[in-house]
Design a protein around this ligand. Sequence first.
Ligand SMILES: [Zn+2]
Length: 420
Amino acid sequence: MAAWPTADRVVDATGCYVLPGFIDFHTHVGDRIGDFDLADDYESGTRIGIMNGITTLCTFVTQGSLGSKETLRDAVRRAQARAAGRCHSDVAWHITPTTFEPEDWQDLERLIGAGFRTLKFYTTYRKAGLFTDQARLEELFRRLGPTGARFLVHCEDDELMASVDTSALDLSKASSHARLRPEAAEIRTVDALIRLAAECKVPLHVVHVSTISAAEQIKEAHNHQDLTSETCPQYLWLDETWLDRDDGHRWICSPPLRGDRPHFRQLARAGVFDLIATDHCAFCCTDKDTWDGRDIRTVANGLAGLGGLAHLAWRLWEDDPDRAAQELALRLALNPATRLGMSHRKGALSPGLDADVVILDPNGPEQPIRSSLADTHETYPGFTSTLAFKHVFLRGECVVQDGQLTQADRPLGIALQGSA
Ligand SMILES: [Zn+2]
């Protein structure tokens, strides 16, 4: 029998799974969205994340989200300054340019060179200045494809949504939000974008897939092009009936919650989605509840989710814990690391990579899911989990022990990309 290598410290992982640190590929923290500040900043977002095994948080930098004439590089600097010294996990940013003057293209290429390889675009949100039309997307694909950039797209057809007849809708009802953003809007855009990405031969990542038809389109195209997708726990475990509650406005998010979730879960369980990410976009309780009561479109748009990611992903395969552990290692670690362009550092337990390690006890005490530590409505009331995070290591340092932060006042997280 080979001798144990000498070690400074031995951690007892009896009965636990030892997995690579998780990556939440899609979160919104430390920013303002529409009329509201997000409830989570970098500190509180990475705190609930690391306590639940997320060692890398991916979030967004949007050019001009202050409504100013900000350049993309200034926007990146702004985000980096907000995050510096405050993160309990490592952080990476996806970037969203909103203006396209010659100097903007230069900025973009420089940032891609500095490691910001994932660009995010929206086919909706015209009023917020985020809408990107098909022609612009094609230009972006053709010009930036050769740089190694990867394209993340929020797929909802703006025109189709604008054409929904609102005269027959009671806009004070949360369920009307789902009528205003119909399934067809997602399906049409996913179809168009898959074709465009194939034509331009660029890697496409479809964020927050919510419909069965879009999932099936992706599954089919997946075989012959560089196409990945994610879904989120809210599209797995919550359905449209949550919008019928008296407080249904608290579940307003885009795309909206949908019907027939057992079928959708079957697709997820079979591996249609390369990754599972939260689209965490939490607003404080007062902001979520303060709306005019007449038009559901005035509700702050987004849900908390970060703290629930591992628990709600695990649930898909919970009847087979060994498989659940493998699926999490793939869909919450390896696949997001690869898509982020960080597989040389993150995503696996392998010599030479960062020692981000999660020691997970599947049989811990049953506890309620907690999506955020900020003052937000819980997205998953009544949902519980027995997953316990015994230890979480960030680049070799034990940052969580028995579910508690070991050094709450000394956040060790770093920015993974270069300076802007
Ligand atoms: Zn999002």
